[in-house]
Design a protein around this ligand. Structure first.
Ligand code: HT7
Ligand code: ZN
Length: 878
């Protein structure tokens, strides 16, 4: 498998101004006729005409015609990756015909079938599985697409842009779509199927009416309202916050059941995983509703950050993904609770991205090399990428950032550009030097930021010394200091922020200090008493902050910090300390104890009626097991699980009365008010379910009655699924089995709900979870060909069921490796993603390390490894 390097980037020798495609769709094959208007790239001059090397995979080439002259097979070469021709003119029209087989395409890349419909997924390099092409994002072309298919089976025929013609002949019909915007092939889309649609419209800021359509399979037609509302909110938000108006007369979304990721931003024709479009209260949880809102917004925002301005090459992926994740997270923050969104994003980043940054697949947000680009749709490119954009927003301020993005869109509209171009637009618009800041683009790893304090009561000066250090990552031993914006406050005894008066060296802008050196001291004047520092407010940089907070400091910050994020963070630090002490006790065979400070903190949170309910729910959640693994030197899954569970149990017993009061009050409101997916309702349900999960640990039969009542008599999936999850993890065996049977019967016809049913069982804390997962793989509702099913059963087990997956026998590892091998040829992208937990083998004890490595080696030794799986296994074993 070849490695591709950023340093080897070369502009294309040829460009394709126009692309005319004709698809003839049949049940056993599809014919693709392509007419490409090609010319030499004027920016690449040479005396001789270079060869034209078109990408193409799994294509049966039938004809090649250049400027109306048939080219015979002696005059071109074809291998399994390309078609090479020698042009004799600077510009020409090349026509090819290929036969392809969407009906047997299980990789879900290129043109494939999902249930009965045809659909496409071309990012990153799927278009080459449709026709021979210059399949690279810096080749942008105007597309016209004709689709011809059986009228009865495929009444709906869609592609990018506007429909300009249609017709019928016997039992077949056709439609022609034209996209007026130049685009790279990865944004091409085609859909053909028996679909229903919900229609609405949006009037843009310049009073243009845009037709909005969401297409689904008929049985899902009652589940698209939430997505439609989210779409209209996104369109308005992008106008108001970024001044970006939609540019076509029609915007379509199509929901498909078989999809490797969440969704795809194809120009004017977004294709979505059903899990990211369909939502109605009875079948989708609050979390699922929020995911729909976020993904609809994300894909819509790509119309500017990704489509109008796209990436020059795939090393620049974070140019569109990091920026768009930042845009969608700000949208969600504006639509819902800003603090809760920040807490959720940071918890996700710290758990998953920090782990990636510390593992064998660590890479900068702009990687220097890859083997298989599909492996680089990572939490680093997306979520860390978004954090880097957030830091730019912090550095430039709201207005400065907007000036920068305005310049970026104006300068680069219609172009394929680089991360450097983005940063330069921001720098130019604000006349600021971002050279050092750009290290965030080229250096991998999570910096550690250690902070030491000293206070001099005589001079009333308070000093903070910051030391930054970034551990080595693959191929990057040494790191240069980063620019780290630290948003902060100094709290007096009453919990108020003191004015920040910086003296001497250093930069303070508003409440943000800039760390630029490996070690740097900041001195604050007129500090009348030793303050408690609140550092890295709002998580202003993706770093690991080390400060020796005392327990009292943390309790104080939890109550008083005027930054909601840091109040939550203090609660997490307190909980982590308490859990880590019990991990030590568990390992030493000593009795575990509940920290009285933690209990008091929880009691006062539950008693304080002035607090935002969403915040209470967040602060009462103990850090997830996966995060506890991430922050362990050597992770002991059994000890982590036992310690966390012990603390939950103790808190449940000791605070039972308070949990019950909250539960009953909130459940009563749930029963009275109709479901709404608004921030206040979501907060209330999350507190209610949090209380229920603690109460269910008390073994009180009265609580079981409450839980069963919630399971049986809720009008929404948020309450019903929470009740089912609690039952599945309870000791009440017969109630658990009955609930699982009832739930399945109730929702057997709804695959997305059945995905939840699989996931709840995969995450079960019962000792036999692996056996249950193996059994469920034989269930009528399971198929390994559907990525949502794989994620909800196999993925959920391997990623979230810490004790089940890491059982000492190694059976969990062996099971996962078997599934990776089964998927390797069927769907390499899913196989490679599924591998992630095994790649983290260095985190565990020697015995587990050996077992995990042995499975990676077994995969490595297998025949015909896909490049996707090969790259991940190879890097993990180095
Ligand atoms: N830009 C989209 C990426 C995507 C993708 C990548 C590889 C394989 C399958 C895929 N489906 C969608 C999604 C997004 O970030 O908006
Ligand atoms: Zn995206």
């Amino acid at each position: 498998v070849k490695t591709i390097y950023l340093k080897d980037y070369q502009a294309p020798d040829y460009l394709i101004d126009e692309t005319h495609l004709k698809f003839e769709l049949f049940e056993n094959f599809t014919m693709v006729h392509a007419e490409l208007h090609i010319r030499r790239n004027p920016d690449k001059q040479s005396d001789e005409l270079p060869e034209l090397v078109l990408d193409g995979q799994e294509l049966e080439l039938l004809t090649v015609v250049m400027d109306n002259v048939v080219i015979n097979s002696n005059s071109y070469t074809v291998d399994d990756k390309s078609l090479t021709l020698q042009p004799n003119k600077n510009s020409f029209i090349l026509k090819t015909t290929v036969r392809i087989h969407p009906e047997t395409n299980t990789a879900l890349e290129g043109l494939y079938k999902s249930n009965t419909m045809f659909c496409t997924q071309c990012e990153a390099e799927g278009f080459r599985k449709i026709t021979y092409y210059l399949d690279r994002p810096d080749v942008m072309s105007k597309f016209t697409t004709t689709i011809e298919a059986d009228q009865q089976s495929y009444p709906i025929l869609l592609s990018n842009g506007n429909q300009i013609a249609s017709g019928q002949e016997d039992d077949r019909h056709w439609a022609t779509w034209q996209d007026p915007f130049k685009k790279p092939a990865y944004l091409f889309a085609l859909v053909a199927g028996d679909l229903w649609c919900v229609e609405d419209s949006f009037t843009t800021m310049n009073q243009r009416k845009v037709d909005l359509r969401i297409y689904v399979e008929p049985e899902n037609i009652n589940k698209v309202n939430h997505a439609m509302t989210s779409l209209k909110n996104s369109m308005r938000w992008d106008e108001e916050v970024y001044g970006r108006e939609y540019d076509l007369d029609i915007f379509m979304i199509v929901a498909v059941s078989d999809f490797n990721m969440g969704a795809m931003e194809n120009k004017g024709l977004n294709i979505f995983n059903t899990s990211c479009v369909l939502a109605r209260p009875e079948t989708a949880t609050d979390m699922a509703h929020q995911r729909v809102e976020g993904v609809v917004a994300h894909e819509y925002f790509h119309n500017w950050s990704g489509n109008r301005v796209t990436c020059r090459d795939w090393f620049q992926l974070s140019l569109k993904e990091g920026f768009t994740v930042f845009r969608d997270s700000e949208f969600t923050a504006d639509m819902n609770s800003r603090t809760v969104k920040r807490i959720e994003d940071v918890a996700f980043l710290r758990t998953h991205q920090f782990a990636e940054d510390a593992g064998p697949m660590a890479h900068p947000i702009r990687p220097d090399a890859y083997m298989e680009i599909s492996n680089f749709y990572t939490v680093t490119i997306y979520e860390k990428g978004a954090e880097i954009i957030r830091m730019l927003h912090t550095l430039l301020g709201k207005e400065g950032f907007r000036k920068g993005t305005d310049l970026y869109f104006e300068r680069h509209d219609g172009q394929a550009v680089t991360c450097d171009d983005f940063v330069k637009a921001l720098a130019d618009a604000n006349a600021i030097d971002l050279t050092q800041f750009k290290r965030w683009y080229s250096q991998a790893g999570t910096p550690q930021l250690e902070v030491l304090e000293s206070y001099d009561s005589a001079t009333k000066q308070y000093h903070l010394t910051f030391k930054q250090f970034c551990p080595p990552t693959p191929n990057q031993e040494e790191k240069q200091p980063f620019v780290i914006p630290v948003k902060m406050g100094l709290l007096n005894k009453q919990g108020q922020d003191l004015p920040l008066q910086l003296v001497g060296e250093g930069t303070l802008v508003g409440d943000v200090i800039l760390i630029t050196e490996a070690e740097q001291t900041f001195t604050f004047a007129n500090v009348g008493e030793k303050p408690v520092p609140s550092l890295l407010r709002d998580f202003s940089a993706p770093v690991k902050l080390k400060f020796a907070y005392s327990k009292d400091d943390l309790l104080f910050l939890m109550q008083h910090d005027n930054d909601g994020f840091n109040r939550w963070d203090a609660s997490q630090r307190l909980a982590i300390e308490a859990i880590q002490q019990q991990v030590v006790n568990y390992q030493a065979g000593n009795p575990m104890v509940l920290d009285s400070g933690l209990e008091k903190a929880y009691a006062s949170l539950l008693a304080d009626s002035s607090l935002d309910q969403a915040m209470v729910a967040e602060m009462l959640s103990l850090p997830a097991e996966n995060y506890l693994v991430e922050i362990s030197e050597v992770a002991d899954p059994d000890a982590i699980h036992a310690a966390r569970q012990f603390i939950r149990q103790q808190l449940a017993n000791n605070l039972k009365g308070q949990f019950l009061t909250h539960y009953q009050a909130n459940r009563a409101v749930s029963q009275q008010e109709a479901y709404r997916a608004t921030a206040d309702h979501i907060a209330r349900r999350s507190l209610q379910n949090m209380a229920l999960s603690y109460l269910m640990l008390t073994d009180d039969p009265q609580v079981l009655t409450l839980c069963l009542d919630q399971f049986k008599h809720s009008d929404n999936m948020t309450e019903q699924l929470a009740a089912l999850t609690n039952l599945v993890n309870s000791p009440y065996e017969s109630e658990k089995q009955q609930a699982l049977v009832d739930f399945y019967e109730q929702f057997a016809n709804d695959p997305l709900v059945i995905d939840q049913w699989f996931a709840v069982q995969a995450n079960s804390q019962a000792g036999d979870s692996l056996a249950r997962v193996v059994e469920l793989m034989k269930h009528e509702a399971f198929t390994i060909k559907n990525p949502n099913k794989v994620r909800s059963l196999i993925g959920a087990f391997a990623n979230n069921n810490l004790t089940g997956f890491h059982q000492k026998t190694g059976a969990g590892y062996q099971f996962l490796a078997d599934q990776v091998l089964a998927l390797n040829t069927m769907n390499p992208q899913i196989a490679s993603r599924l591998l992630t937990p095994l790649t983290r083998w260095r985190k565990y004890d020697e015995e587990r390390q050996q077992l995990m490595k042995a499975e990676l080696e077994r995969i490595m030794a297998a025949d015909k490894l896909s490049s996707d799986v090969y790259e991940v296994v190879n890097k993990s074993l180095v």
